[in-house]
Write a protein that binds this ligand. Sequence first.
Ligand code: 4NP
Length: 156
Amino acid sequence: MPPPSVLFVCLGNICRSPLAEAALRAAAKRAGAGLLIDSAGTGDWHLGHAPDRRAQAVAARAGIDISALRARQVAAEDFRRFDHIVAMDRQNLADLRRIAPPDGRARLSLLLDHVPGRAGQSVADPYFGEAAGFEATWRDVTAGTQALLRLLLGPD
Ligand code: 4NP
């Protein structure tokens, strides 16, 4: 059986989805779970760029180096390759639904759908805000990915 696979998607793939990728990778490692994890953006402005410095800083404070990640754009093939495509906000989710190919098999959700009491909520876009916004992003992606990991691993 191939490991469960998850693609996180935001707008630029330089702030929220790289942090979700890092948070799930760290949680899966702690749990000893093998998962295939990646992230991408719906937009193409930052292709090939490293994560935003403020995202790198908040991850570094959690002991995680995300400096080697590079932004890419979500592609039709992703809908066939991944079990789950997890959007950061409602606009990302709407964009994913619009571009999903007819033979896509990935299950689409919002990250915070997986957190009890937060279904339908977006992870706010921190790009144009203050540095503190990235702390809120980290809290949201930590809560979301922990809940997602429980879902992927199933009841024990
Ligand atoms: P992200 O944040 O979607 O969390 O990576 C953004 C990054 C860049 C832009 C917007 C949001 N931008 O407009 O360039």
